[in-house]
Design a protein around this ligand. Structure first.
Ligand code: GTP
Ligand code: IMP
Ligand code: MG
Length: 359
């Protein structure tokens, strides 16, 4: 089977967590990183350690899987090498020789006025993709530091498929950040849908069996984007779970606006930028649209425990409380796709896995 995992809202949905779970559970032969580049910050919590990865797939937690970086992905050489060292995957990771390189000048350009207006991550991705389109960017093959890691990623992936092996593709960002379909100009420098993730790693559309679209149980948004609304005080008051969370934040003595208190309580601070994320109610319209354009076969809902604390660490469907099940049911109904993975904590195995039906 070949699966692609993508974000269904504005990034930071917890794709890293879902990919690490699937990597251990489904034991893929190869796991390839697709998406934009090191603007992503994927978090994995495994065996008591927390990793914030920007270049290497979170599937690294499975020591048997071969790891790849697809040709569509921008490479920050230093960051890549640092992550190889951090994770100890040097012997089993390869980078497509055609990946474009993020140079210092791209990072510098990404702190300018245009980048600030959009609130970019400052990682140099936009300017590097612009250089790539102008055909002046360097490629992985031009970098001596990468020489031991170079490979033809589509060959490896398509060979694995021909041999009947499991292949997984990890995308980055989220649908609402797509250059084509997001809230332009408050978007990233590339399309973020599953079709582009497939192209990033050299997979033809007919080879993809499953598309998992990941949503958080609520919304968060980092960066400037006037189209994404904060939760209003009225909405917070009118909702049992938001009202309950605000009460907790007040009891804990947190200050600031309602959004700042909720962001702090929920731990919603950007992995790459350290900025507090804007908190919003689940956007069903965007979720449904993104499921359609991504061709979702399954949806995943993460951070259910943050809205419904009794869910923390639950792995059996029967142990999920009624209010949490009602929230999941509402999402399924409005999005029109079954939720098969429900994440109830940051640790890799905190998942209710319904892919074979409720256990
Ligand atoms: P991008 O590629 O940057 O969009 O990132 P991402 O989708 O991989 O998500 P990211 O790791 O930036 O943010 C998700 C955060 O939620 C991380 O801190 C995770 O550890 C955490 N997380 C993921 N799933 C759960 C969950 O079910 N419960 C809780 N409490 N935390 C979770
Ligand atoms: P850039 O991709 O750094 O150019 O940033 C463009 C927009 O996408 C900004 O609003 C960023 O905050 C947002 N963005 C890019 N990557 C991520 C991500 O991985 N998670 C969340 N937001 C992101
Ligand atoms: Mg992130």
């Amino acid at each position: 089977m070949t699966s692609i995992i993508v974000g269904g809202h504005y990034g930071d949905e917890g794709k890293g967590k879902i990919v690490s779970y699937l990597a251990l559970k489904d034991n893929p032969h190869v796991i390839a990183r697709a998406g934009v580049g090191p603007n992503a910050g994927h978090t994995v919590v495994h065996e008591g350690r927390k990793y914030g990865l920007r270049m290497i797939t979170c599937g690294f937690v499975n020591p048997k899987s071969r790891l790849l970086v697809g040709a569509g992905v921008l490479v920050d050489v230093k960051r890549f090498l640092d992550e190889v060292e951090l994770t100890g995957v040097g012997g089993r990771i390869r980078v497509d020789w055609r990946c474009a390189i993020i140079d210092d000048e791209h990072k510098k350009a990404d702190t300018g006025a245009d980048s600030r207006r959009i609130g970019t991550t400052g990682s140099g991705c936009g300017p590097a993709n612009a250089a790539r389109v102008n055909r002046v960017a360097r490629q992985a093959k031009d970098m001596p530091e990468l020489k031991d890691y170079l490979a033809d990623v589509p060959e490896i992936i398509n060979d694995a498929i021909d041999e009947g092996r499991e292949v997984m593709v990890e995308a980055s960002q989220g649908f609402g950040l797509s250059l084509y379909y997001g809230n332009y100009p408050y978007v990233t420098s590339k399309d973020t849908s599953a079709s582009t993730a497939a192209a990033d790693v050299g997979l033809g559309p007919t080879k993809v069996d499953d598309v998992y679209v990941v949503y958080k149980a609520y919304m968060s948004r980092v960066g400037e984007d006037p189209y994404v609304r904060y939760l209003t005080d009225e909405e917070v008051k009118a909702s049992a779970y938001w009202g309950g969370l605000l009460k907790k934040a007040d009891e804990a003595g947190l200050d600031g606006t309602t959004n700042q208190k909720l962001a702090e309580l929920l731990g919603e601070v950007g992995t790459v930028t350290g900025r507090p994320r804007k908190i919003g109610a689940f956007d069903f319209k965007l979720a449904r649209y993104s499921a359609r354009v991504n061709g979702a076969t399954q949806i995943c809902i993460t951070c259910l425990d943050k809205l419904f604390p009794e869910c923390a660490g639950v792995r059996d469907y029967d142990k999920l409380p009624e209010d949490a099940l009602a929230h999941v049911g509402g999402i399924e109904e409005k999005v029109g796709v079954k939720a098969t993975l429900i994440s109830t904590g940051p640790a890799v195995y905190d998942v209710v896995d319904l892919r074979d039906g409720p256990s």
